[in-house]
Ligand binder design. Sequence first.
Ligand code: B12
Ligand code: SF4
Ligand code: SF4
Length: 376
Amino acid sequence: MPAPRLPAETIRAIATELGFDLVRFGPADPGEHGEHFRRWLADGRHGDMQYLVDNAPRILDPTAWRAGVRSAITLAVDYGGPAGELPGGGRIARYATGRDYHRWLRERVFTLRERLEAAGLPFGSMNGGTDAVPVLERALAVRSGIGFLAKSAMVISPTHGPYLQLAELLTDEELPPDPPAAGSCGTCTACLDACPTQAITAPFQVDARRCLSYTTIEQRGFAAPELREAQGDWLFGCDVCLEVCPFTKKSARRSVLGTDRPKELQPHRVVQTWTLVDVLQMDEARWQSEFTGTAMRRAGRSGMRRNAAVVLGNRGDDRAVPALVEVLHDEDPVVRGHAAWALGRLTPRSEALARALQREPSAQVRIELERSFTSR
Ligand code: B12
Ligand code: SF4
Ligand code: SF4
């Protein structure tokens, strides 16, 4: 191995100073994980996430993304903390309760890149980011010893647990690989047993099409009727497979609350002040002014309002009925259809549903209305 241009420990020290909780070195390619990814795509488990298919050549071969890269500097931030919940109900996956990590974590990776350039690594020889990158982040994290691959498909750190936002900087530098992380799931199956939609079809295998994190975030349009009740109180994403995991107690930030948390991880104003009815009734102006800068943007306004309708239907609280009846007039058929579903649970055979059925122009919404009208 040629002498590195920058000692590995200098890189680790700079990254740690920038606020990364874990910094490891490993190969830049996904190795044997690539084959699992290939099979997962071939089985159609990615649903409509076409970007994974389009990026597969670069995901499987990182040199197609940045020529000459050899090593990955893998990075993780422990985002463990209290459950995210709107006042009055509606749960939000912890990763999305604060500022959008796609912004602040990516900025931190780019700052690292600049600092490493100043210390001697050529800027053009590195590429990195978080989440929205053509990289199998879990594969690189496992191969560099950030954590072990768990049965939930999460990468779990034996010292920090599963609530890890992963990021990476690939470099042409040959860095000394860190050893694999200790730990394993052993005989535990808590996450497979607890998943509300049975999306973990076998250890290490998640069918995205059934995962609430896909159905409430990535999926556009109508939610599969058979998964709506299982969505329970989840407005955006789902943390069940992390919450039941015994390694969760390893998170050092788990009980760091309020202003003692890093500012990026403090709950966003939307999470602290909005209600499910506010989300259901949200117009375009409020979506633009209030949700910009949160990771919830990913679901789109239509998706968030759809999710709010489903949760209101699941909560069984009659006080939501007037708001749901009102959005039966909404211009978005997805919102009308899911409001109809919710009303079918709260007030089946109601006048409001009958009137909506008479005027409804969309065939798909009519199916929802008919199903709701005749339910129970
Ligand atoms: C697409 C995607 C999703 C999809 C599909 C997830 C899935 N498990 O298939 C959906 C939308 C469902 C999703 C959900 C979530 N996601 Co996501 N997601 C991604 C994304 C963009 C790509 C992942 C991917 O390519 N999946 C395809 C499958 C095949 O790969 P995989 O899930 O990584 O699985 C690996 C292993 O399981 C292995 N494998 C599979 N079978 C077997 C068998 C054996 C024997 C072995 C050895 C290996 C093996 O191969 C894969 C590659 O390593 C990554 C970011 C990125 N660029 O990597 C984030 C990422 C994986 N997601 C993340 C998070 C936080 C979540 C959620 C917790 C969010 C939430 N709370 O709502 C849930 C968790 C659901 C779960 N249990 O996986 C984090 C994971 C952090 C961690 N500690 O692991 C990532 C890394 C984003 C980030 N930068 O932090 N996600
Ligand atoms: S995020 Fe929720 S729905 Fe998805 S695999 Fe985990 S427990 Fe199941
Ligand atoms: S809940 Fe149990 S099986 Fe699931 S990831 Fe955690 S330790 Fe592994």
